[in-house]
Design a protein around this ligand. Structure first.
Ligand SMILES: [Zn+2]
Length: 239
């Protein structure tokens, strides 16, 4: 059973629907703990995503059931992730430590939602990486010029090690062609799709029960999920 009420689910869905994806993820993450003082746009991504996982648990429980498209054959591969295990990994997040590589020393900070938003607007993957590094590298000691590829890779590795939830990767074996691949789980998009599906189901239930019994939206949403299902069954209305 979800911990979030039917009325609160619809309110949340409506309040974030028109937002851009990054702002929507931030609004959803804030909804878990509206009184929290931290500005989620400015905290490491993993901290925001741990809130999104909490929202997922309130909406759908502790298992995250997702689908990815196999890059080899195009089939859908279902997989599931355990949210307590992901949250336990997130608890291992560490403070950034300078990266030493060759004759370079690079001090950096963990990327935030705003950094990722700026990087996403850069076009291709190489430009996105450059934008992210420009924003997150604080101090660099070493020869002049652009950071060499191996140093950039070392910084990227340090970033993902320090903030394990910032990028959720799932190892998947395609059920059709048996090729192995790695899926990058877009947690914000996933939780939004989940909330939206739940909201539309509730709207269909309100619509059906209002037609049959003449109840208002408030009255229908005040019923427990069990009672809504029972009345729909009595009225023989499929939703
Ligand atoms: Zn396949």
């Amino acid at each position: 059973m979800p911990d979030i009420s039917a009325a609160a689910t619809l309110d949340l869905w409506q309040s974030v629907e028109a937002l851009r994806p990054v702002d929507r993820s931030l609004a959803l993450a804030s909804a878990v703990d509206p009184d929290a003082a931290d500005d989620l746009a400015e905290v490491p991504l993993g901290r925001r995503d741990s809130r999104l996982l909490e929202l997922h648990e309130q909406l759908a429980g502790r298992s995250l059931e997702a689908v990815s498209i196999c890059p080899s054959c195009g089939s859908e591969a279902e997989f599931s992730l355990d949210t307590p295990a992901l949250l336990a990994g997130a608890a291992l997040a560490a403070a950034p430590r300078p990266v030493e590589s060759g004759s370079w020393v690079v001090e950096w900070r963990a990327p935030t939602s705003r950094d990722v938003e700026a990087a996403a607007g850069a076009g291709d993957a190489a430009s996105a990486e450059r934008v992210l590094l420009e924003r997150c590298v604080l101090v660099r000691v070493g020869p002049a010029g652009e950071l060499p590829a191996e140093v950039r890779a070392a910084v990227a590795r340090a970033m993902s090690e320090a903030d394990p939830l910032a990028e959720i990767l799932a190892d998947i074996v395609c059920p059709s062609c048996e090729s192995a691949f790695v899926a990058d789980v877009d947690l914000g998009g996933f939780v939004w799709a989940e909330l939206r599906a739940r909201a539309f189901r509730l709207l269909r239930e309100v619509d059906a029960l209002a037609r049959v019994y003449g109840w208002s939206e408030t009255e229908v949403l005040a019923l427990s999920a069990r009672r809504r299902a029972a009345y729909l069954e009595l009225a023989a209305v499929p939703v």
